[in-house]
Ligand binder design. Structure first.
Ligand SMILES: *Cc1c(COP(=O)(O)O)cnc(C)c1O
Length: 437
């Protein structure tokens, strides 16, 4: 919780807040909450449920949610489209030789995504680990079994700009690699020249389209040029950076030796799948380190269902145009924005983050003093309703990831909503913003 929202929470006491919640329930009519729960259970039953399968979410008592946030891992990211789901179901019926499936899937994906080699990984994070393992091997000519314990004293550094350090650095440490942090171009040249680097890591969404963010000094083109002068392979983390579809070949085409994408985010493959794309000499080494060998990827198992699911997800993505890939997201944004019309102090705005999550998001700005409720309280009520609605985590936060929110802004990510849920989200938010004190 940010400082500003904490202090806002002060002006609405908890007691007033709870009486407001119960008066809201009363205002909606005694039976209406219950009936809306029942009707939403019908309307919003998992679209993927088959008539003969047991509903294990219900059996386990795990409520399904309305995802008005986005492709967040903690919210189980995307749901697979029917075509992908059908492919997964079919693949599950027959055993195959795993190596053969990995190999053929890699070749197929590489062909479709215009690169030399591809590996279906356990996710983007798994792809970063396999990329690191491949580059450690490539630079040192070591066997896969020697990671991570035997890499002291050999080349083991990954060069990263300070502004590109993030939680996924751990995926590189896992192989025994260490990070050499650089800020200036001179730092970078020195680090490349030191002869200890096996790879560089570039966090794609840390930069704007021109390549250079305020916080980082080296853009993509220059980053590649310098590393390649020293023959150091460059890895790019583009996990959440599709759409646009063309990003799937843009960065390998630019010269990045390896590029990671998450399979379960915008690509809508299985959540536990991802892609490592790039130069065949390196993706072959990544394959060697992957399950079921004895390499670092042994615990990053990708089953036949995920491999086929990822291939089908690639086909599904490529069956779209850039325009159709954006779906009816803008329509959903407009529909929810229209539901806010005429509410005092409320202003709405559409935002499309430049790199990661490059789809329309709705910002709903309001004055809590006029509305009489805080951002945190709205988030809490929506979360506790049935069905539970989860707003984008940038709600109430400082500008981040291309979303210029603040303490008094709700952020609605519309792209993971199931059909009809946009109407419900609009109604619920309107109800909360138009409470009678
Ligand atoms: C989501 C994400 C990852 C991890 O992706 P998984 O597929 O969940 O492993 C890595 N890097 C970035 C920048 C991400 O957004």
């Amino acid at each position: 919780m940010s400082v500003s929202t904490e202090s806002q929470a002060g002006f609405l006491s908890r007691r007033r807040f709870f009486s407001w919640v119960s008066s809201l329930a009363a205002a909606l009519g005694a039976g209406s909450l219950a009936s809306s729960v029942a009707s939403s259970a019908e309307t919003f039953a998992s679209p993927t449920a088959s008539s003969d399968g047991e509903d294990y979410y219900a059996k386990l008592g795990v409520p399904t949610i309305i995802n008005a946030a986005g492709t967040y891992t903690t919210l189980t990211a995307a749901c697979m489209p029917p075509e992908v789901l059908a492919a997964v179901q079919k693949a599950a019926l027959h055993p195959v030789r795993l190596h053969e499936l990995q190999q053929k899937a890699g070749e197929y994906i590489a062909r479709r995504l215009k690169c030399e080699g591809a590996v279906v990984t356990s996710g983007a994070s798994g792809a970063i680990s396999l990329a690191t393992a491949a580059c450690l091997q490539y630079a040192n000519n070591i066997s896969i079994l020697e990671m991570p314990q035997a890499i002291e004293g050999i080349k083991n550094q990954v060069i990263v700009q300070r502004a590109h350090r993030y939680e996924y650095d751990r995926a590189m440490y896992l192989c025994g690699a260490r990070v050499t942090e650089v800020v200036t171009l001179d730092d970078y040249k020195r680090a490349c020249g030191a002869g200890r680097a096996v790879m560089t890591n570039f966090f794609n969404a840390a930069e704007d389209e021109d390549g250079i963010a305020a916080s980082a000094q080296i853009g993509r083109e220059e980053w590649l040029r310098v590393a390649h002068e020293y023959k150091i392979p460059c890895h790019l983390d583009a996990a959440a950076d599709m759409p646009p579809i063309s990003n799937l070949w843009k960065y390998t085409g630019m010269g990045f030796d390896l590029v990671a994408f998450s399979g379960g985010k915008g690509m809508r493959g299985p959540q536990n799948a991802g892609l490592l794309l790039g130069r065949k000499s390196l993706t072959d080494l990544a394959h060697e380190n992957n399950n079921p060998g004895d390499g670092i990827g042994r615990g990053m198992k990708v089953a036949k269902e995920q491999i086929v699911g990822m291939v089908a997800a690639v086909d599904w993505v490529l069956s779209h145009t850039e325009e159709s890939m954006q779906g009816d997201y803008q329509k959903r944004v407009d529909l929810i924005a229209a539901a806010m019309k005429g509410i005092p102090s409320v202003r709405t705005e559409t935002v499309v983050p430049k790199i990661a999550n490059h789809v329309p998001h709705l910002l709903i700005r309001f004055d809590p003093k006029v509305i009489g409720v805080t951002t945190d309280q709205i988030v809490e009520v929506l979360r506790n309703e049935k069905p539970s609605i989860e707003l984008n985590p940038n709600t109430g936060q400082k500008p981040n990831q291309g979303i210029p929110a603040d303490g008094n802004t709700l952020v609605v990510g519309v792209w993971m909503l199931q059909p009809g849920e946009d109407v419900l989200v609009g109604q619920r938010i309107r109800a909360l913003l138009t409470r009678k004190a």
